[in-house]
Write a protein that binds this ligand. Sequence first.
Ligand code: NAD
Length: 244
Amino acid sequence: MLDGKKALITGASRGIGRAIAIKFAEHGAFVGINYFKSHEKAKEVLKEVKKYSDGILLPADVGKFNETRKIVEEFVNVAERIDVLVNNAGIYKRSKFEETDEKQWDEIIETNLKSCYNMCKNALPYMKEGSKIIFISSQLAFRGSSHGADYAASKAGILGLMRSLAIELAERKINVNAVAPGTIDTDIIANYTEEQRRKRIEEIPLKRLGMPEDVANVCLFLASNLADYVTGEVILVTGGLYIG
Ligand code: NAD
């Protein structure tokens, strides 16, 4: 589905980003694997990617504009262009609004939202007609969060950016969409107690947590030509949380 495509994925050393990188490689894409600090884990992802296709490692803090410019240039030097950009990197800190400080607000917004600005701004000059941009938002963009106002705000902000770019880039035939995962079983929820996991599963109509591959499958569709007439949309991958 992605034969010959060049895809850059942020935060791809583990979790959802890792699954997207491997899925895209399985379908023929050359993959740029951005990661922040986990060099060894990123190397393992590249090893997996090389079973199917090829790719490169792109270390950077995507919250920093100059670092994103550097990895975009590194990627384009090898791959010539960017056909698919997946803005996946993100952090979550479980805490009540009244317990958090300005430093945490800035860190969450910089990592989750400003990173999307940084990547799009630097990547767009290298994106041609038919290219795709995918954002990883969250169900919390819709319902808010009692323990993550900063996170929910960053993920809702992503949707505003996504819709605006979808309108603006339509004339360049660049599709821009978002995926909003529910609760996906990755390190981001590693601190859940058994009781919290059980309660969460109980709330989900499909009666299981999502797996990174569930999100990667939807990203594969949005990255492919099958989604050429889809833009400005959010696809919820929540196991049915919003039914009824
Ligand atoms: P994760 O913690 O396993 O992965 C996050 C990735 O982002 C890691 O590879 C991490 O190194 C990277 N990252 C963090 N800060 C970075 C930075 N400054 N620069 C570059 N990379 C950075 O979590 P995940 O569940 O795989 O999350 C992936 C995305 O999905 C995030 O945006 C997250 O908000 C979103 N999401 C996850 C869930 C869930 O339940 N797991 C639900 C909704 C949305």
